[in-house]
Each structure stands twice: as C-alpha cells, then as structure tokens.
Design a protein around this ligand. Structure first.
Ligand SMILES: Cc1ncc(COP(=O)(O)O)c(C=O)c1O
Length: 447
C-alpha cells in the first residue's frame, strides 16, 4: 500500500529531537567528491545532525502561561490574554480587526457562517490544499468548486477561476499554500468584477506579503491556523483578520453563540452560531511565540532563497516559483517538483527514501483531493442529493478534473519550515544529498 506521511505527523516526527538554531553543526560531511556513496548504499549521511526542534520555547512561555493560570480567568470573555494577542496580531499584520478562535478550521468556518453561506451556494477553492478548506464548505452544505493548480507555483491557477464562476458562486477562497501567496492581483480582480468576496485561507502563511501587504488583509478576510506544525503555534488555535467593521462583528457573533460584543454597531442578528472561542492559555502562548516570528520569518526566507539557488542548478529539480507580486513568503513548506528524467527514472518514492536515509526528512505532500473517496462520495451524499439533485451532483463529479494537479501530486517533494530554521551549511547538505542520489541513481534503482 502506498504510504504518505501526513504533513503534521511529518513535522512533529522530524523535529522532536532537534537542536536549537543557536547551536552549531560540527559534524558536517563534505561529500562533493563523486565517490561518496548515498547513505542508502552504505555511505555517510549528508546531514548527520538533527534540524531545529519545533516549537521553540523559553522562559517567556512559562511567564505568560503562569500568568493566565494564576489569574484563574481561563476563558476569553473575562480574560486579557486573547485580547492582547488580538491587538498584537492586528499590529504586526496591519489589519483593522482580529478575532482569535479555537482553530484555523474554525476561523474559516466562522467566516463562512458570518457570510451566511449555505445550501445551494457555490464556493470556489483550490484542489491543492489541506482538507479543512474543503470541509468548511461541505459543513455548510454548499458546493465546493475545485480549481486546478498552477504547477510551477503550486498555487491555485488563478487563470482558471473565472470559468468556474456561476450565478450561484458566493465566495472564492484562495489558499496561500506552503505559505507562499497565491496570485492575488488576478484573484482580487475577478472577485471585484463579479461582486464575489475573497476569503484568504492564510492558515500556512503567517507574515507572508503580497506587494508589501501582509496576506490575510487583502480580501474581505483572512484565516490563520496556530496548530502545532504552523510557523506561529499554540498547539491548536486560529484567527480571522478583516478591515470590515460589520463583518468583524458578525464573526464575533458567530463564534460567540450569536452574542454580540458589547460595543457592536451591526444591526445584523445572527440566526446560526457556535462557541468557537480561543482560550486564554492559547492566547498566552501565542503572545510569547509571536516575539520570535519576525526573526524566524527572515531566517526561513534567507535559507529558502539560498536553497532555491542551489537546487535550481540541479537538472529536473524545480523549486516552487514565487509570483512577481510576492514580497515575502512564509515558507511554511519548502516545495519542489522532482522530474525523474535526469535521475535515470528513479521513482519519487525511492528518492524520498534515499533523502530520509541522508538525514533529510521529506514528504510527497497532498494526494489529488478530487480523487479522494471522501470527495467523490459527496456525489452520493443524501443531503447533497436532496439539495442539488442527482444530475447536478453527477455533473459536479464529472467536472472535477485537475490534470495539472494530478501531475503535481506525482512530482511534489516537501521539506518543512523547521528545516529552514537551520544553518546555511544545512541548506548545502540538502542540495548535496540530492546530488549524491542523482549520481548514484542507477545503483539506487537496483538496490
Ligand atoms: C491550508 C489550511 N487550511 C486550513 C487549515 C486548518 O487549520 P487547523 O488545523 O488549525 O484547524 C490548515 C491547517 O493545517 C491548512 O493548512
């Protein structure tokens, strides 16, 4: 059976025993000579150490957490930590409003709830995304319209969005996958021309920028995740950003059982709501973690740029390209495509096995979502058949073809953000590991 590591599992497995970024890496292997074998064939590992552990914690986390513990106010309604976090996140992103919630999924769910997305509505999403983007649409009995991927950038192919719009389209949700911004110029233009709001799924994209503006602040709203693997993390958590005051109030209502904030100006009375509140403990950890975010973002970017330079020199390794409007990527993932042509047709699975043996953790990323059973079975879901009818659901199933994405899902290789917190030398070791594998591809096929 084909086994793929889940992204979160992947990040936690390979970061537990790591070193702090401040620690040096004395056991560097210089294997640029052509006779050094890959580790899978008995040679020394290209990267014998461990990448930085995740999350990084210090005294600050203890102070903030103890503060909440001792205050005996652990819920946000009477506490201070979530409010402090919201103010600081607003300040570093340049957004007018921020709402902390219990997860990234619930940030998206809150936004859809506040927009009153429901049965009969269509929501445009990329096919290359984490399942949560799809799930929040389906939880509202709306129809997810999957758009193919731009294989060079791994992002939603913005040129294919317009043809997926119908009179039932109520929302477009671009995802900044891997933490790199989607083509927001094109997407915002389409949204404006068709009068359809844009909800940015920025769950992987903390501090990423499009033309100097933080992502999550360019559409009507932006959703963020603070789940354990994320660049900003409190175990589980999420936030919504928006510049629209009324929308911010609706989101607050939706996440707080329909109860309005004390200072509300919005006449809207919600008829559906939930409890999706962030706890004070989550808020306190985020306050401490946020203090390192800017430095970590810079370090990831510098290392990613260096790695791209090194990998671009290797034939048939294609690092994900950034759009011209990207002024910062969050590099939640470092993603590249592997074309086995220049590697004697060595399978991607074997390449990844060999990389792991070199001490370079990696995964193949997402499966083709449109082919997953949980997606194809939607066409048989009794509620969907009631709402949309058999013909619409059959047509929906048949239209779910994403050939570029199919190819990408066969070729993608992911490295995690924690690896980009390593040293420059470690970026060289990643490239060296790939080069070793390339040189010995024929022997690896036989092994
Ligand atoms: C693109 C994307 N959207 C949504 C989510 C959901 O976030 P959470 O896990 O915090 O619910 C994630 C998290 O993995 C994500 O990567």
């Amino acid at each position: 059976m084909k086994h793929k590591l889940d992204r979160r599992q992947f990040i936690s497995d390979f970061s537990l025993a790591g070193l702090s970024i401040a620690v040096g890496f004395p056991h560097v292997v210089h294997s640029s000579s052509t006779n050094v074998k890959p580790a899978l064939l008995g040679g020394p590992k290209a990267h014998p150490d461990t990448f930085p552990s995740w999350p990084i914690t210090a005294e600050m986390e203890k102070i903030e957490l103890l503060d909440v513990l001792q205050s005996k106010t652990w819920g946000r309604l009477n506490g201070k930590a979530v409010g402090r976090f919201e103010s600081e996140y607003k300040a570093i992103t340049g957004s007018k409003h921020c709402l902390g919630v219990s997860s990234g999924t619930n940030a998206l769910y809150t936004a859809l709830g506040a927009m009153d997305i429901g049965p009969g509505d269509e929501v445009v999403i990329p096919v290359y995304t984490f399942v949560a983007t799809y799930n929040v649409v389906v939880l509202n009995y709306a129809l997810p319209i999957l758009v193919d991927t731009d294989i060079e950038t791994f992002q939603i192919d913005a040129t294919k969005i317009e043809s997926s719009i119908t009179p039932r389209s109520k929302l477009i949700v671009p995802v900044h996958i891997g933490g790199s911004p989607a083509d927001l110029d094109t997407i915002l233009k389409i949204g404006k021309e068709h009068g359809i709001p844009i909800l940015e799924d920025a769950c992987q994209a903390h501090m990423a920028e499009w033309r100097g503006k933080k992502v999550g602040t360019l559409g009507l709203a932006g959703a963020f995740s603070f789940q354990s693997s994320k660049n900003l993390n409190c175990g589980e958590g999420g936030a919504l950003l928006t510049d629209d005051e009324h929308f911010a109030e609706r989101c607050y209502n939706f996440h707080n059982q329909g109860r309005q904030a004390a200072n509300t100006n919005d006449p809207f009375t919600p008829t559906r709501a939930s409890n999706l509140r962030m706890t004070e403990f989550q808020g306190s950890i985020l306050l401490a973690q946020m203090a390192r975010l800017t430095d970590q973002t810079r370090r990831r970017s510098e290392n990613a740029a260096y790695l791209t330079k090194l990998l671009s020199e290797i034939p048939c390794i294609y690092p994900a390209r950034l759009y011209e409007g990207v002024t910062e990527s969050a590099y939640h993932l470092y993603m590249f495509r592997y074309d086995k042509e220049a590697f004697e047709h060595l399978d991607r699975a074997k390449l990844m096995e060999a990389l792991r043996a070199e001490g370079i953790p990696c995964s193949g990323g997402y499966n083709a979502m449109n082919k997953e059973k949980y997606v194809t079975d939607l066409s048989k879901n009794k509620h969907y058949l009631n709402i949309y009818g058999e013909k619409t659901m059959q047509d929906w199933l048949e239209k779910n073809h994403c050939p570029q994405n199919d190819q990408l899902c066969e070729q993608a290789v992911w490295l995690t953000q924690t690896m980009l917190l390593g040293s420059k030398k470690e970026m060289e070791q990643i490239a060296e590991a790939i080069l070793k594998i390339k040189r010995y591809a024929r022997d690896l096929i036989k092994a």
